[in-house]
Design a protein around this ligand. Structure first.
Ligand SMILES: *[C@@H]1O[C@H](CO)[C@@H](O)[C@H](O)[C@H]1NC(C)=O
Ligand SMILES: *[C@@H]1O[C@H](CO)[C@@H](O)[C@H](O)[C@H]1NC(C)=O
Ligand SMILES: *[C@@H]1O[C@H](CO)[C@@H](O)[C@H](O)[C@H]1NC(C)=O
Ligand SMILES: *[C@@H]1O[C@H](CO)[C@@H](O)[C@H](O)[C@H]1NC(C)=O
Ligand SMILES: *[C@@H]1O[C@H](CO)[C@@H](O)[C@H](O)[C@H]1NC(C)=O
Ligand SMILES: *[C@@H]1O[C@H](CO)[C@@H](O)[C@H](O)[C@H]1NC(C)=O
Ligand SMILES: *[C@@H]1O[C@H](CO)[C@@H](O)[C@H](O)[C@H]1NC(C)=O
Ligand SMILES: *[C@@H]1O[C@H](CO)[C@@H](O)[C@H](O)[C@H]1NC(C)=O
Length: 591
């Protein structure tokens, strides 16, 4: 049964007068077939049709709308369940006293309180029967990134959860993880985000890492045991859907790639994808279908988009042209395999330590040995196919050229050092490790800001000159992790410079957009906003947000807040800069 309110809404959106339904396009842009996001393909159509709002499916698709397409879609996206701000108490942060610099201390306190701006819950009592929405509902509260992203996302949430734990919001962190575990239970994998149009793809598999973080903080074994079987379910999704076998000589290796089967524009980027695939191109049908899959796969990688996934890598004035050379599924990315190695190693360890409480001894032994073996095989494959001893780095592997994409530095190559997916030979060679971090050091020496994504200036948002907070976290963690293996502080100075730059970039761009701290930092008189935390930064300075990509730069911002809080807790003696000059954090020599 539909509620009267909902019927009214639908009537309001669709029934009154005819208006042009097709996207506004110039004459050269000839649709080759059905292209309306409402009537041909997409979440609204799917939801309305699956809800059987009309006995005859044709009824709906024959209905004219009275509002322009984007307004209908926007109304649809916010239909149904209402989001409410979730209230919670903030306790003063104990560790904040450690932060010596009073500007940084005030700023972190600000971020600590900002979680309440980003935390939502569904108001279940406002559910009207039969209402449709593209939202995938969850039972517990959740934190969103901010800006255009009003639903939660998969890999973003790891960095958000890190921040929540810094804020002492352990139960909110657990709520988020439990929402994800419910998703894996329901869908068999963790979708890209909480919308029905994200059900065709996942994102970098960070769920096990989230549980690990939460466990390290709380030592809550019961929670871990509850999560374990669900994490296995996620693991088997990656294994089944994304494994590639690679023959080299008489050897056979298995590694994973991102892999989304998709034959139409992504509903949330319908117009862009449609334009990329059809406008002025001369692709065969097969090439068109491949490009739709590579676009969706690019979104699954979390790096949408980067020259790591395109054939053309250098500056291309129209980003759409370079996207037409996407080759995402042919690339075996370093970080995906490092994350899966970590999943295998972690599951083996947890079965060994806690398995006896949830299964028989025989099962426990079998699972422990299975996951250990999987990890061992993966590390061998990574060593043979992804590691380049001459350049002392991991690189992505290209399934078409059957070779590594050598020379293409990106911080993705540091994931294995963070997570531990390193052959013993490398782990025990200080000489090799020095060269590993020299490479990162040299990249950092070229610009005053944070670590870039790649060295290619392509106009895509995961390329130079943009740098992203999660990658700073990975790089810093990698340096600290290796110091732990070596039991010294060899790379700590480099980690500290990167931490300084990451904190300063987020702080200065916040201050220059109106951020202030009572009694400590006066608001700039030329600003009207109250300080933005950006999702990405321009590595050429300490004061500018990043840019480019398919949407305008977003503010909020979950992962920036999380990473910043972690940095200031770890490096509590950092000093806030005055934000007038950039070139102030010089990288040290490593030798
Ligand atoms: C189609 O491509 C042309 C030429 O690049 C461009 O001017 C036009 O804006 C594009 N049309 C759409 C709908 O994006
Ligand atoms: C939840 O929705 C109901 C029904 O629409 C409304 O009366 C109530 O005020 C809402 N609760 C909150 C906390 O917004
Ligand atoms: C995973 O593979 C199965 C079997 O091919 C397929 O039905 C399913 O749609 C895939 N899942 C995703 C999210 O791609
Ligand atoms: C999901 O993938 C299937 C298979 O390619 C496709 O038919 C469907 O339209 C996709 N759905 C969405 C919402 O992208
Ligand atoms: C498109 O490709 C076909 C087949 O290769 C060719 O015959 C045709 O001339 C091409 N059209 C354009 C506009 O390039
Ligand atoms: C992969 O290798 C093929 C063949 O050499 C090349 O054409 C393609 O550009 C490469 N793909 C990427 C993403 O680098
Ligand atoms: C990228 O290359 C273009 C063309 O050479 C140039 O105009 C632009 O300034 C470059 N951008 C950066 C960030 O280097
Ligand atoms: C405000 O002034 C500062 C210098 O005092 C400048 O760096 C900043 O870009 C200005 N902000 C705006 C929004 O104009």
């Amino acid at each position: 049964m539909m509620s009267p309110a909902f019927v009214l809404l639908l009537v309001g959106l669709f029934l009154v007068q005819v208006c042009a339904l097709d996207l506004q396009v110039d004459d050269s842009f000839q649709p080759r077939f059905c292209n309306s996001p409402i009537y041909c393909e997409g979440p609204l159509l799917k939801t309305v049709q699956l809800a059987k709002l009309f006995p005859d499916s044709k009824t709906f698709v024959d209905m004219p709308t009275k509002k322009p397409v984007d307004q209908v879609l926007e109304a649809f996206n916010s239909l149904g369940k209402t989001l409410i701000k979730q209230a919670f108490n903030h306790f003063p942060l104990q560790w904040l006293k450690k932060v010596k610099d009073l500007k940084y201390r005030g700023w972190i306190d600000n971020l600590h309180h900002a979680w309440s701006q980003l935390t939502f819950k569904f108001n279940t009592s406002s559910l009207c029967e039969g209402c449709v929405s593209s939202t995938l509902p969850v039972k517990r509260p959740f934190v969103v990134p901010g800006g255009r992203f009003r639903e939660f996302y998969y890999w973003d949430s790891y960095f958000v959860i890190e921040g929540l734990l810094q804020s002492g919001l352990d139960s909110l962190a657990r709520d988020m993880i439990e929402n994800f575990l419910d998703f894996v239970d329901t869908y068999g994998f963790m979708p890209n985000g909480a919308r029905i149009y994200y059900l065709n793809r996942s994102q970098p598999p960070f769920l096990t890492e989230m549980v690990k973080l939460y466990y390290q903080e709380t030592k809550n074994v019961d929670f871990l045991k509850k999560a374990l079987p669900v994490l296995e379910k996620e693991y088997s999704f990656w294994l089944k859907n994304t494994t590639v076998t690679i023959h080299q000589g008489d050897k056979k290796y298995k590694l994973n790639h991102y892999n989304v089967e998709n034959h139409s524009p992504r509903p949330e980027s319908y117009y862009e994808d449609y334009n990329t695939v059809y406008n002025g191109t001369n692709f065969t049908t097969k090439q068109q279908l491949d490009l739709f899959s590579d676009l969706a796969t690019g979104a699954e990688t979390g790096w949408d988009y980067t020259s790591r996934w395109t054939k053309v890598k250098d500056y291309t004035p129209d980003t759409t042209d370079i996207l037409r050379t996407l080759d995402t599924r042919n690339i075996i990315p370093v970080e995906l395999n490092a994350l899966l190695w970590s999943m295998e190693t972690t599951l083996a360890g947890w079965y060994q330590d806690f398995g006896s409480d949830i299964t028989t001894d025989k099962q426990r032994a079998r699972k422990t040995s299975y996951y250990k073996k999987q990890a061992k095989k993966r590390l061998e494959a990574m060593d043979s196919l992804l590691w380049n001893q001459d350049q002392a780095s991991f690189f992505d592997y290209n399934l078409t050229s059957h070779a590594r994409n050598d020379d293409d530095y990106s911080p993705a190559s540091l994931y294995p050092f963070w997570l531990g997916a390193i052959p013993d030979r490398v782990r025990h060679s200080t000489e090799t490790l020095n060269r590993v971090f020299d490479l990162t050091r040299d990249i950092l020496a070229k610009t005053p800001g944070i670590l870039t994504t790649t060295t290619h200036n392509s106009t895509m948002q995961w390329d130079f000159p943009n740098g992203w907070p999660p990658l700073q976290y990975v790089a810093i963690k990698a340096m600290l992790q290796v110091d732990q293996w070596l039991e010294n502080e060899r790379y700590a100075p480099l980690a500290k410079v990167l931490a300084e730059r990451a904190a300063a970039s987020a702080f200065c761009s916040w201050y220059l957009t109106g951020g202030s701290i009572p009694g400590e930092l006066q608001k700039l008189s030329n600003t009207t906003d109250n300080g933005h935390m950006f999702e990405k930064f321009d590595v050429r300075s300490l004061t500018a947000s990043g840019f480019g990509g398919e949407y305008t730069v977003q503010v909020g911002f979950g992962w920036t807040n999380g990473v910043t809080m972690w940095i200031l807790n770890k490096f509590s003696d950092l000093v806030a800069p005055d934000c007038t000059s950039s070139n102030i954090y010089q990288v040290p020599n490593l030798n």
